[in-house]
Design a protein around this ligand. Structure first.
Ligand code: R5P
Length: 271
């Protein structure tokens, strides 16, 4: 890795502990105004000071994040599909590397759809993006997207993560699953996990985070389980305590309960 690549990478996976709390707010790129992310700046503003990095599209970056921020930007650069369109896997690269450089981003993110109709197209997208990233010193986060009907088991996720790493991704985002340690073992670059749909209770998402870290994840790229909580700031602080301070689930949940007393109910609820 050259200096620029190393420098940017160290802004994503923190060198002091090799971990990362990335706040995911890119959902609108195919889902539109997702619940509690309807007005992105309202969701983002209170959470940004506690995120190690933020993952979003250029449209939301430009309109909803103050350019004076020092939080590293992970720019989603794949898309071109919608939840009501023909096939979610038919993604292409939607933002140029020159635009990403102008936006001063620290990392580029792109989805791959292994096993889907457009698998080949999305894997070639990744390979091309890695080439561009290598040229300009920008690391690539590969997102292993799964279709509605696909099983998120260790065999499938290990396949998708390994392919992402083989094509040159510097970090891979996937889902937690049973036997997750085998997914980590087979992937030579750091793996971070998505939270997925909002779980019923906050403690469930904390447990998910804890188990993923125990099994070798480098951190989270979490969205809905943070900002769909009634107490998102308390939630990101609790997640962070597990990722960076090795809190147990019980300790993190105690922190959540303590912090939620200081927080007004989710401002994204009271637009
Ligand atoms: C997927 O559409 C996006 O890439 C999200 O960033 C990812 O799924 C993480 O968000 P969540 O924790 O809400 O699943």
């Amino acid at each position: 890795m050259d200096w620029g690549m190393k420098n940017r990478f160290s802004r994503i996976i923190r060198p002091n502990d090799g971990r990362c709390v990335m706040l995911a707010v890119d959902h609108g790129y195919f889902l539109g105004p997702t619940e509690r992310l309807e007005v992105p700046y309202k969701t983002i503003k209170p959470l940004l000071p506690f995120a190690d990095s933020i993952m979003l599209t250029r449209g939301i970056l430009r309109t909803s994040v103050n350019p004076s921020t020092d939080v590293p930007i992970v720019l989603r650069v794949s898309g071109g599909t919608s939840i009501i369109g023909e096939d979610l896997s038919k993604e292409t690269i939607t933002t140029s590397i020159q635009e990403a450089i102008k936006l001063n981003v620290s990392c580029l993110a792109l989805s791959i759809f292994v096993g889907s109709k457009y698998e080949h197209q999305t894997l070639v997208n990744l390979a091309n993006l890695v080439d561009s990233g290598e040229k300009y010193g920008i690391p690539i986060l590969a997102v292993t997207a799964v279709g509605k009907d696909m099983v998120r088991d260790a065999r499938y996720l290990a396949l998708a993560c390994r392919i992402a790493a083989e094509l040159g991704a510097h970090v891979v985002k996937t889902y937690y699953c049973e036997n997750f340690e085998t997914v980590v073992e087979g992937c030579p670059v750091p793996i971070i996990i998505a939270g997925g749909k909002k779980l019923e209770k906050e403690i469930d998402a904390l447990e998910l985070t804890f188990k993923a870290i125990q099994d070798g994840a480098a951190g989270v790229d979490m969205g809905r389980n943070i900002w769909q909580s009634d107490f998102p700031v308390a939630m990101i602080k609790a997640v962070k305590s597990i990722v960076h301070e090795n809190y147990s689930v019980k300790e993190a949940y105690e922190l959540f309960n303590k912090e939620k007393k200081k927080e007004h109910k989710n401002p994204a609820l009271t637009r």
